[in-house]
Design a protein around this ligand. Structure first.
Ligand SMILES: [Zn+2]
Length: 311
């Protein structure tokens, strides 16, 4: 990390990895879609409420030939693999435990396995979970209340009454590591978290607000500090259910912290030595590597840190 130019964007965000060609122009190509859904080489991955199906005992996605699924299976087109195979996600209306998975496959939450998948599978899984969560939460037309039907190979939901497509929602959120004039980092614990869990601060961008204004507002609301300077470090999709996390380092000259007690229970400044010792002893636990918050902390720290919390 020390070799990176100062201020370079984070390039190790585990849920931002994606090597698949999304081939967006093929979503509306009816001939291609009709052919690909039954082509012997087309593959399907399984997704349900934040989880994907993995091959037993492996950290690889269960890939099932599309030709083995029912003709009316509810599929979303994820793209074309480097080998030229069309890849789909299959959605299920029934409860997860009622879905008949192929022999040996098991459901695993993307939060739990996202760090262990390779770049190809990670990109597919994040895409599939995001689309599946959107489909689950979008049943009727927000404009007229009529029923919506999948369109554009799963990338839109169409209101046939109004001849209008609705597209997947992405909700921007900001997440920031605060640094003080001694270059300590401010970490906090949310009210709902377990006693030793600490992380950076985060919040949703409000309607009509810039991301930078959201950073300043959230930090003042949650810990009472005013930010002098901001530096953007990268983004990561966080489809639980629909966020895009925009990561920052934020500098303040105000070292007195006032926690709001509504969202944040406590917040403390850590020097690098203090944080390393606290992590090594287990006195505090940081979020797992799959989160952008951990990457923001480790960018400041300059190396990987030990320990993590597990939900
Ligand atoms: Zn409508």
């Amino acid at each position: 990390m020390g070799a990176l130019p100062r201020g370079a964007l984070l390039d190790d965000l585990l849920l931002s990895r994606a090597s698949i060609d999304r081939a967006a122009h093929l979503r509306t190509d009816a001939d291609f879609q009709q052919m690909a859904r039954t082509d012997a080489g087309s593959l399907v991955i399984w997704v349900h409420s934040g989880a994907v199906a993995l091959l037993s005992e492996e950290t690889a996605l269960q890939m099932t030939p599309a030709s083995q699924l029912a003709a009316d299976a509810d599929l979303s087109f994820l793209g074309v693999s480097p080998q030229g195979a069309a890849i789909y996600a299959v959605h299920h209306a029934s409860e997860r435990e009622h879905v008949q998975l192929p022999d040996g496959a098991t459901w695993v939450g993307l939060r739990e396995v996202g760090h262990a998948l390779d770049d190809h599978d990670a990109g597919l899984a994040v895409n599939a979970v995001a689309l599946d969560n959107w489909r689950r939460s979008t049943r009727i037309c927000p404009s007229c209340g009529d029923r919506l039907v999948p369109n554009q190979a799963g990338w839109s939901l169409r209101c046939t009454k109004e001849s209008r497509d609705h597209f997947p929602r992405t909700e921007p959120a900001v997440i920031m590591l605060v640094r003080d004039p001694q270059d300590r980092a401010l970490l906090g614990r949310q009210v709902s978290w377990q006693p030793r869990w600490f992380s950076t601060f985060a919040g949703f961008v409000e309607a009509g607000e810039s991301a930078e204004a959201a950073v300043r507002r959230e930090l003042f609301e949650e810990v009472g500090v005013r930010v002098d300077r901001l530096h953007y470090l990268g983004s990561q999709p966080w489809p639980f259910p629909a966020s895009l996390m925009l990561g920052y380092h934020a500098w303040t000259s105000e070292v007195e912290v006032r926690v709001d007690q509504e969202e944040i229970a406590e917040a403390h400044w850590f020097s690098r030595v203090e944080l390393e010792q606290a992590c090594a002893s287990g006195e505090i636990l940081l979020p797992p590597a799959v989160s952008i918050s951990r990457k923001l902390i480790e960018r400041w720290f300059g190396a990987e840190l030990p320990g993590k919390w597990l939900r």
